[in-house]
Design a protein around this ligand. Structure first.
Ligand code: TRP
Length: 379
C-alpha cells in the first residue's frame, strides 16, 4: 500500500530551540518512515506578519534548514522545499480565494487574537523619543512610552493614538487575512492527507476541509483529500525564565547552542523559588530544570534527581551541572552534523533545488487538475 501523503510547514524564524525539537521536529523525524512527507519552509507566511523585516529571511531560511537536517529530517526520505520556490502554490491560492467567503477568514480565531498579540509585541519594541530640544533622542520601550511617560503622552496623545491605530492597520493586510487560505493552498497543492500541527492550528485545518468541500461542491469534482490534523503531543516547554519558550521572549536554549552557552543558560534558569539553600526540600514538579531533565537526562539520573531534590540532599548548583552535561551530550551529534553541513553551502543549495523540483511537479499536476475542474483549461 502506498504511504499516505503528509504535509507540514514552519515559518522561517531562524534558529530553532529545544521547544521546537520536543514539539515538532522530533515528531517530524519519526513520521518520515510512515508517511510520504512534504516539509516546507513557508517564507510567504513569514511575510504576512513580518514584511518589514525581509532582510532576515534568507538567513532565517538557511538556519532553520540546518536545524531540520541536523535533527534528522532527511532529504532522501522527505521532500524539503521553500514555499516561494513553488509558484503553483500562489496560483492555487488565487484560485481558491475566488470561492472563499471573507467571513470564513475573519472568523478564524487566530486572526483577531494574533492582531492584538502582534500589536502588543510591536509595542514592546524600542522607540526613539526625540528630546524636547529636538536634536538628541532617547531609546525607550514603546509600551513604557505609551503607559508611563504620562506627561509626554499627554502632550502627544493624539500622535500616540494615531501611531497605535496605524500599527493596527499595518497588520490588518490582505495577506494576513489570507494566512489560513495560503496554508490551505500549501496543503492542497501537494494533496496532503495528514498534517501534523499543534493545537493552535486546528481551526486552520477545519477551514481547509471546508474549502475542499466547497470546491468539490461548486466545481462538481472531487479533487482534494480532506486533510486530517495529526496532533503532535507538544508539551508546554518552559523557557529559562519559566515562561513558554519563545523567540520573542529571548528565553530559549537553541539546538545549535555551543556547550558554554548551554552552561550559561542553564545557570540562569529559574528553579523552585522555595528551595533557597542546599538541604531545602525542592519541588521538581514545578522546576524548569527538572522539566528538561525528564526529556534530556538518562535514567537513573532522572529518578535520582527527583528523589534527591525532594529530600533536599541535591542542591540546585549540582543539579544544573548534571543537566548541562545531559543537554550537551544529547545535542552534541546534532551540533556536529550542523557544523559539517554549514560548511557545505553547495549541498544546502542542492537539497533545496531538488526538493523544489519534486514539489513543483506534484503541485503543477494538482494545479492543472484544479484549472480543468474550473474550466480554465480544456477537460
Ligand atoms: N501556520 C503554521 C504555523 O504557524 C505554518 C504552516 C504554513 C503550515 N503552512 C502550513 C503548517 C501547512 C502545516 C501545513 O505553525
Amino acid at each position: 500500500m502506498p504511504k499516505k501523503r503528509l504535509m507540514s510547514g514552519m515559518r522561517p524564524t531562524g534558529k530553532l530551540h529545544i521547544g521546537h525539537y520536543l514539539g515538532a521536529l522530533g515528531n517530524w523525524k519519526k513520521l518520515q518512515d510512515e508517511y510520504d512527507c512534504f516539509y516546507s519552509i513557508v517564507d510567504w507566511h513569514a511575510l504576512t506578519t513580518g514584511y518589514r523585516q525581509t532582510e532576515e529571511i534568507p538567513d532565517n531560511i538557511r538556519e532553520m534548514l540546518l536545524d531540520w537536517l541536523s535533527c534528522g529530517i532527511n532529504p532522501d526520505k522527505s521532500t524539503i522545499y521553500v514555499q516561494s520556490h513553488i509558484p503553483q502554490i500562489a496560483e492555487l491560492h488565487l484560485l481558491l480565494s475566488m470561492i472563499v467567503p471573507t467571513a470564513w477568514l475573519e472568523r478564524v480565531p487566530t486572526y483577531k487574537d494574533q492582531l492584538q498579540e502582534l500589536l502588543k509585541q510591536r509595542m514592546a519594541q524600542k522607540v526613539h523619543i526625540p528630546d524636547k530640544e529636538g536634536s538628541d533622542s532617547t531609546l525607550i520601550d514603546q509600551a513604557d512610552f505609551l503607559n508611563k511617560s504620562g506627561e509626554y503622552i499627554q502632550q502627544h496623545s493624539l500622535r500616540e493614538e494615531a501611531a497605535k491605530r496605524s500599527e493596527m492597520e499595518y497588520l490588518a493586510t490582505y495577506g494576513f487575512l489570507g494566512y489560513p487560505l495560503l496554508q490551505t493552498a500549501d496543503i492542497l497543492a501537494v494533496k496532503g492527507e495528514v498534517v501534523p500541527v499543534g493545537q493552535d492550528q486546528l481551526p486552520h485545518l477545519e477551514l481547509a476541509r471546508e474549502i475542499v468541500r466547497r470546491f468539490h461542491f461548486i466545481f462538481k469534482k472531487n479533487l482534494f483529500p480532506e486533510p486530517e490534523s495529526l496532533l503532535s503531543e507538544a508539551p508546554f516547554v518552559p523557557g529559562i525564565d519559566g515562561r513558554k519558550m519563545s523567540k520573542s521572549y529571548s528565553n530559549g536554549i537553541f539546538i545549535s547552542d555551543p556547550p558554554e552557552e548551554i552552561q550559561k543558560k542553564v545557570k540562569q534558569t529559574i528553579t523552585d523559588p522555595q528551595k533557597i539553600h542546599k538541604g531545602d526540600p525542592g519541588r521538581p514538579e514545578i522546576c524548569n530544570i527538572f522539566f528538561y531533565h525528564r526529556f534530556f537526562s538518562p535514567e537513573p539520573l532522572v529518578s535520582e534527581t527527583e528523589k534527591n531534590c525532594k529530600n533536599g540532599s541535591l542542591g540546585c548548583v549540582e543539579c544544573k551541572k548534571n543537566l548541562s552535561n545531559s543537554l550537551i551530550s544529547k545535542l552534541a551529534p546534532i551540533r556536529e552534523a550542523r557544523e559539517t553541513l554549514s560548511k557545505d553551502p553547495n549541498r544546502i543549495t542542492k537539497i533545496l533545488k531538488d526538493g523544489a523540483e519534486k514539489a513543483r511537479i506534484t503541485a503543477q499536476k494538482t494545479l492543472t487538475e484544479a484549472k480543468r475542474s474550473m474550466r480554465l483549461l480544456p477537460l
